[in-house]
Ligand binder design. Sequence first.
Ligand code: AHG
Ligand code: MN
Ligand code: MN
Length: 334
Amino acid sequence: MLKPIMTISRYILEQQIQNPGATGRFSGLLTTITLAAKVIAREVRKSGLLDILGKTGDVNVQGEQVTKLDEFSHKVIMDTLGRSGHVCALASEEEESIIEIPEGYPLGRYVLLLDPLDGSSNIDVNVSVGTIFSIHRRITREGKGMTEDFLQPGHRQVGAGYVVYGSSTMMVYSTGQGVHGFTLDPEVGEFLLSHENIRMPEKGKIYSINEGYHDRWERGVDEYIHYLKREDKETDRPYSSRYIGTLVADFHRTLLYGGIFLYPSDRKRPHGKLRLLYEAAPMAYLAEQAGGLAITGRERILDIQPTSLHQRIPLIIGSRQDVLTAEKFIRAAS
Ligand code: AHG
Ligand code: MN
Ligand code: MN
């Protein structure tokens, strides 16, 4: 017997039907994101073949070199979503200020925040990259979207997700009713439901952190990582270490296998490296929707009131028990 084919658009539609108040506009927004994801996925697949690799020479607002695929992804998203009628403004890690909807196009009731290409330093070496998105309902009443529409705490997100361009392309998202994963069937050109209602294991046995910065860590982080390396049968230690350097890929593994990912603050980066609005908040939303946790070390990520668009934040995210243990070490040492 042929299994029913659950495409992402059908899934989004069925979730919409279950919610009698829904107008379909939000579903339209999600469907447009999947279109952008497919176009980016196609380009990522070709990136080894075309003369698209390498730096463009530009430096983005974070002071980092922009590669061509970053730019391409950013443009695809701005083009598909900026003209979709679903959002009243966009914000991207690649652009300093919020992005207005082109003249003449309708304004929607949502704002969309994006890391168009996460893990860009991994493109040239054929390692997974990703796209991260976060959706808020606008808080201003009318006209074009304003910065305040974007500066909302993570717990107010109405949806978030990511696409991982890995050994296969997967889109994982939540709209507050669990976390669901879809794998792109390249021949059909559709994302098909492959991971329904993902639950993060309560505890894992993998830790993920850039150990190169060890000497700059605060004592609590240092002691916690040492603890994970010590042998102990009862708590299943030592943990294994994995670090890809693409948040999307490191988080995706943590979501499915459990464990913990840390990009803490350190002596050189007192606020960590990751951006609250484009990286930490959407991942925290997904983690909590899957039964996990996300903290800075001291506070819950989703409670933080952002003060600026490109704000950075320390991120400790993963299985509930692992994050709570990390928090205990950090609190005890401070
Ligand atoms: P981006 O490519 O969007 O700038 O993000 C890179 C981020 C993130 O994906 C990853 O977790 C982190 O940078 C890795 O940083 P380090 O090289 O300092 O470990
Ligand atoms: Mn990123
Ligand atoms: Mn990026």
